[in-house]
Design a protein around this ligand. Structure first.
Ligand code: RTP
Ligand code: MG
Length: 143
């Protein structure tokens, strides 16, 4: 099994509902280590850049409105197969389709306000980590 890093966001809906700690517990209970973390309030330019792959999609404007609506937590998670492991504990994009016990099933409001983001591949994780963190801000723990 490969030790990977993935990038994660606790989105504005979940921060507003005081769910940062509950969601961080899900990561840690799944064996994922938080190796960098901070709170940010995205500008429109930052949100548009982060989600540039979706800029032609009909939901892009609503996505940027939502992601700039309040502060978010951004974090780097490290562990065995971290990218897929995080996607599994997040659940499907639409909480109505997410498996029971996943973060989105338990905490998301809707497909638009769906509590968390997680990188979908190792390559996108590397790009997304670099979008928010310098190398010096990543603090791998001694195991
Ligand atoms: P994320 O990037 O936020 O982790 O979510 P995801 O991979 O599960 O979904 P993605 O396809 O990357 O879409 C990014 C975000 O756009 C919103 N979305 N709305 N109305 C729609 O059909 C629709 N599709 C996607 C969601 O909020 C999704 O998280
Ligand atoms: Mg995505």
């Amino acid at each position: 099994m490969a030790i990977e890093r993935t990038f994660s966001i606790v989105k504005p809906d979940a921060v507003a509902k005081n769910l940062i700690g509950a969601i961080y517990s899900r990561f840690e209970n799944a064996g994922l280590k938080i190796v960098a973390s901070k709170m940010v309030h995205l500008s429109r330019a930052q949100a548009e850049g982060f989600y540039a792959e979706h800029k032609e999609r009909p939901f892009f404007g609503a996505l940027v409105d939502f992601m700039t609506s309040g502060p978010i937590m951004v974090q780097v998670l490290e562990g065995e197969n971290a990218v897929l492991a995080n996607r599994e504990i997040m659940g499907a994009t639409n909480p109505a389709e997410a498996a029971r016990g996943t973060i989105r099933s338990d905490f998301a409001n809707s497909i638009d306000e769906n509590a968390v983001h997680g990188s979908d591949a190792v390559a996108s994780a590397e790009r997304e980590i670099a979008y928010f963190f310098t190398e010096e801000e990543l603090c791998p723990r001694t195991r």
